[in-house]
Design a protein around this ligand. Sequence first.
Ligand code: NAD
Length: 345
Amino acid sequence: MVLVTALTEALGLRVPLVQGGMQWVGTPALAAAVTNAGALGVLTALTQPTPDALRQAIRETRALISDDIKAERKGKYGEIAVNLTLLPSINPPDYEGFTRAAIEEGCRIFETAGYNPGPIIKIAKQHNCYVIHKCTSVRHAKSAEKLGADMLSIDGFECAGHPGEDDIGGLVLMARAAEELKVPFIASGGIANGQGLASALALGAAGANMGTRFMCTKEAEVHDNVKKAMVDADERNTTHIFRTLRNTARVYKNKVAVEVVRLENRPGGAKFEDVRELVSGARGKKVYETGDIDAGVWSAGITVGLIHDIPTCKELVAQMEADAEKHISRLATLVSHKQSNTQAR
Ligand code: NAD
């Protein structure tokens, strides 16, 4: 059996799974491993210091991708996507430069996320690229659809990183997306196993986007202590920072995150400048490099409660595919061919 959806058909994937575009985690090694497992690997543009460094990262990723996958995706949009997240940043990035560098390197799939993807979508569509826009509300999804996004990635409240300010859980958000959108969408936030993938498909999604789950794989280039912290965590071990700044971000609940929340909740609140040093991405990067899980804030979704192992990407994707198929088959057995009581009346 195989799962065939609008996502697998459009991009030539074996399995309807996309890796989340994670800052400092979406590196060539992980993106290539996810793609080699039959899903879609995603390079995070802003993890690279410059557009030229992104070019190099794209070449490195391609060199790690198997010939089988290259052959399978020929005539589609290529083997990997590049993520561009448009959110407040301490050092505003050269988004357009990153986009053009990726296109010049032959990348034809983009995942945009955050505010106003219009200018990026415009450049990407001029070069016949496929754009997946990730957003946290149906109204933003509809705007992106009008701007030309080919697919939406609908990010429920369970997600790691920025869930927006509406606090709508995936169960309702996906069903609303299915009601409103004309283009296909994938489900993001809260999915870490085959049952989650099957549920996303049942809600009308064409697949699922997973960040936290792929971060806890052998190929993710984050320190083992971070992976161990995720395996040991339960679903209550994340917290929201930046709620009061309207740039909410779900992160692992460590000492720094607790301190940021304390500063935000003190009388008079906190301005970004008051927490800037604690929350900087450069500090978060140290967590992944050194394994000191309290060195800075780092993103994690509620799915940490569902993560109990550190598989290879190939093992993870194969297990999820098999489990999703098992759950879909099990659901089919619930449909009885006998006349229902309601019909009988
Ligand atoms: P950074 O060091 O620039 O900022 C650290 C955090 O502070 C980020 O969450 C950022 O959104 C927030 N921030 C920055 N300026 C702010 C302001 N004026 N008001 C409120 N919040 C503010 O972040 P970084 O780790 O170097 O990442 C660079 C960019 O990538 C940021 O915009 C970040 O949000 C974004 N990001 C991307 C992903 C992804 O999946 N691609 C994941 C997490 C964050």
